[in-house]
Design a protein around this ligand. Structure first.
Ligand code: SF4
Length: 95
């Protein structure tokens, strides 16, 4: 995969850029991806929030955490691709 495909735009001042947002799919988090809110006073409600939602408990995500999430997302994506390539060598897997 080309490196140029691995750019993500993180929008500020909403869940997407909040340190408590736990997206289901971090690589697509800027495209209305849903996730959970881990804020200590909200987590008990098991909220499903999108990256475009927001609330007055927003707290900006650090650059370090954003990089960590993105690195984890890229690693997971690469692992899924390798697994899929291996599975594709056995067409019977898809019957
Ligand atoms: S609901 Fe509020 S606290 Fe939770 S992730 Fe969104 S902005 Fe952050």
């Amino acid at each position: 995969m080309e490196e140029s495909n691995k750019n993500i735009t993180w929008q500020g001042e909403n869940c997407l850029y909040c340190k408590y947002f736990i997206p289901n799919d971090v690589l697509n988090a800027d495209l209305l991806e849903r996730g959970k809110c881990a804020h200590p006073s909200l987590v008990k409600f098991n909220l499903v929030v999108s990256g475009r939602d927001w609330c007055n408990l927003f707290a900006k995500m650090s650059d370090e955490r954003r990089k960590k999430l993105m690195d984890e997302g890229f690693k997971k994506d690469d692992e899924q691709l390798k697994k899929l390539i291996e599975e594709s060598k056995h067409p019977g897997n898809f019957d």
